[in-house]
Design a protein around this ligand. Structure first.
Ligand code: ADP
Ligand code: ASP
Ligand code: MG
Length: 435
């Protein structure tokens, strides 16, 4: 059995769904569990609906209706008028609407999950109906009947034993009847049957959860790039496709923000030695990238840029040394507020951390430690990580930047820099020669 994941980019319109079906035709004889994301940028649009509902701006329903119309337009390209799928999808949209008819919940994250899940629910229903229409027998499964989480809304923690028991009970009997299984990425459910989400871009992780629980022979994620590249092609030119990557290398890249794979994806696969293929849905015959057990380390420089970082310079109010008990308190507070520390450095009376700039959480952090510490903050920074660095790569990446913070550990270099244009493509040769 294989697990396939199709993301928003592959399902963004009717042509995309037809292309996914044509890819799946090639696997007609295989047992497949197919995980899908919401179509295109639907999750962003649903986030805007939630925000409007929470603030009661009066626009939530209108934004939601626009999204419905986009989905119906795609469906009209795929199905005849009167097809059952219209009623099925409409029912799902109506369930989301119930939340909008109520007063906004005090628990924003809870409300978010109950509304945002609609994106994956409708995309999977549309895709399932289309696959059946073109003769690929496909069974729609509600991921919330499988993926059990705690009630950390917007970042559900998977309860593995329960999830595994659900997967093993529900999925194999369907596959054995010669059907594909299609289900949603990104969503799960609490023990009280409320919907949770697993964190933005979490569908890759969902696919890894299913792969782990079902002992898949491999997992493939279908992207709009030829595979994993040695840098983000939206920022850099002259990127190189990596044919093979070890799990370790992939974990390092995704931990520091390589957006091609969700960072939690690799561990479950590594634990069961399940290979991960990153393949192009535009060129399905091409081999893509294989991520598997450690291969020989012969990588070109690999660059990861994580934007929107902040440096927090934290110092004691009374000039006492920053001791271990201070750090324990600071880290506990950061963990409670889900502030992820990417880099750190300590001096005598100060301690500096580099964190993603999430303003409300950082403000709360600063307030809650203000009895003992004062904090100076620098914003609009980027964290650049270079694996297998060469001097040439470092020099090129530093051009025109102020480096505020730099650290080298074995073959990894991290630097926090200022003033890198966000969208402008950089004419920088990052690839260099093979290390
Ligand atoms: P999905 O449709 O599955 O959600 P994403 O858009 O989340 O796909 O991920 C694919 C995108 O990741 C690519 O279009 C590419 O712009 C970006 N990306 C960032 N870093 C890399 C990298 N190192 N290699 C390949 N793609 C990358
Ligand atoms: N639809 C979700 C998101 O956009 C999950 C995913 O695509 O992986 O974040
Ligand atoms: Mg994505």
């Amino acid at each position: 059995m294989k697990v396939f994941k199709f993301g928003g980019a592959s399902l963004k319109d009717a042509a995309g769904i037809k292309n996914v079906a044509s890819i799946l035709q090639r696997y007609n004889k295989e047992q497949l569990v197919i995980i899908v994301s919401a179509m295109g940028k639907t999750t962003n649009a649903l986030e805007a609906v939630v925000a409007a509902h929470a603030k009661q701006t009066g626009e939530a329903q209108q934004l939601y209706d626009a999204l419905k119309q986009q989905h119906y337009a795609i469906m009209r390209d795929l199905f005849d008028e009167g097809d059952d799928v219209f009623a099925l999808v409409n029912d799902t949209f109506v369930e989301g609407e119930w939340m909008l008819e109520e007063k906004p919940s005090d628990n924003y994250d809870y409300m978010y999950d109950q509304i945002v899940c609609v994106g994956e629910l409708v995309s999977s229903k549309i895709a399932a109906a289309y696959l059946n229409k073109v003769g690929l027998k496909t069974h729609w499964l509600d991921a919330r009947d499988v993926v059990a989480t705690d009630n950390t809304y917007r970042e559900g923690w998977v309860i593995w034993d329960k999830t595994k028991a659900n997967a093993v009970k529900l999925v194999p009997p369907i596959l054995d009847q010669g059907s594909f299984v299609i289900t949603q990425g990104f969503i799960g459910a609490t023990s009280e049957n409320f919907t949770t989400t697993l964190g933005r871009e979490g569908s890759d992780y969902s696919a890894a959860i299913f792969s782990f629980c079902l002992d898949a022979e491999s997992m493939s994620i279908w992207k709009d790039v030829p595979g994993v590249l040695n840098a983000d092609p939206r920022i850099f030119e002259n990127t190189i496709k990596l044919d093979r990557l070890s799990y370790k290398e992939a974990i390092e890249m995704t931990y520091y923000g390589a957006q091609v794979i969700h960072p939690k994806t690799i561990k479950p696969l590594q634990n069961k030695n399940i290979p991960l293929y990153v393949k192009s849905f535009l060129n399905p015959e091409a081999p893509g990238t294989e991520i598997s057990s450690d291969t020989e380390d012969n990588y070109p420089p690999i660059v990861v840029v994580e934007k929107n970082q902040a440096l927090l310079h934290i110092s004691t109010l009374d000039y006492s040394f920053v001791a271990e008990h201070h750090m324990a308190r600071l880290f506990r507070k950061a963990a409670d507020l889900r502030i992820f520390v990417n880099m750190m450095q300590n001096g005598a009376i100060s301690f500096t951390i580099c964190v993603p700039n999430v303003p409300d959480r950082i403000e709360q952090f600063i307030n809650e430690i203000s009895d003992e510490f004062k904090v100076k903050m620098e914003e609009d920074l980027e964290l650049i990580t270079i694996r297998h660095y060469t001097q040439e790569t470092i020099d090129n990446l530093k051009k025109g930047k102020i480096v505020l913070f730099e650290e080298r550990i074995r073959n990894t270099l991290h630097m926090v820099v200022k003033n890198i244009p966000v969208i402008e493509r950089r004419e920088v040769e990052i690839a260099g020669s093979k290390a």
